[in-house]
Design a protein around this ligand. Structure first.
Ligand SMILES: [Zn+2]
Length: 101
């Protein structure tokens, strides 16, 4: 399977990483909707969030929390993920953020 997120995780496609654990990776979007638009993905490819292991799920959402804290420090009004649907499920589960300004 040719998945852009798996290629980012493996390093075949470069990314501007902002946070990384053994199980998840956060990076700035290559085509940001606005300043700070970033994505957090599990390093394992999952088609659906329901397929994630408890360990990967816990790690992913801990990374989401860490990035949220950092983003809020930079721009308190920049977090849109808490109020509107911002999580996307596609060929590789991802969480994304973007500034409203
Ligand atoms: Zn993938």
């Amino acid at each position: 399977m040719d998945c852009i997120f798996c290629n980012i995780v493996s390093g075949k496609i470069p990314a501007r990483k902002i946070h990384e654990t053994q199980r998840s990776l956060a990076f700035l979007d290559a085509f940001p909707l606005t300043k700070g638009h970033s994505l957090v993905i599990p390093k394992t490819h999952y088609m659906k969030i329901q397929e994630m292991t408890d360990v990967d799920n816990a790690d992913l959402f801990e990374s989401v929390r860490v990035i949220s804290v950092r983003m809020e420090r930079i721009s308190p009004s920049s977090l849109d993920c808490n109020r509107h649907k911002s999580a996307k499920i596609c060929c590789h589960i991802q969480e994304s953020w973007y500034s409203k300004t």
